[in-house]
Design a protein around this ligand. Structure first.
Ligand SMILES: [Zn+2]
Length: 99
């Protein structure tokens, strides 16, 4: 696995033919991005406050947001899941452009 954050020319928003089916199953989808492979789960509302890693602002209860974790974590899928983060949906969508 390549290290570092090499820039990728791969488009961020690739078409996923299976996306609609996955969305229908409960809002969980897989994303391939320049920084790895991710599982992204849409959360309609949380019961506690999280800090969004994208903007360092609170993700307040009742806000629809996403939970994302790496599926290609070096320490394995469970480690990736343990490191999951709650993001504002828009912050997640735009995270790659901040680097
Ligand atoms: Zn945010």
């Amino acid at each position: 696995m390549p290290s570092g954050r090499r820039s990728s020319r791969r488009p961020w928003a690739q078409a996923h033919p299976e996306l609609d089916a996955e969305r229908a199953r409960g809002g969980r989808r897989s994303e391939s991005a320049g920084d790895g492979e991710w599982t992204v789960q849409t959360v309609r509302s949380a019961d506690k406050v999280y800090t969004c890693p994208g903007c360092r602002q609170d993700v307040t209860p009742g806000t629809t947001h996403v939970v994302a974790w790496a599926t290609d974590d070096l320490l394995g899928a469970e480690a990736g899941l343990a490191g999951r983060r709650h993001w504002h949906s828009s912050c997640w969508a735009h995270r790659g452009r901040r680097r």
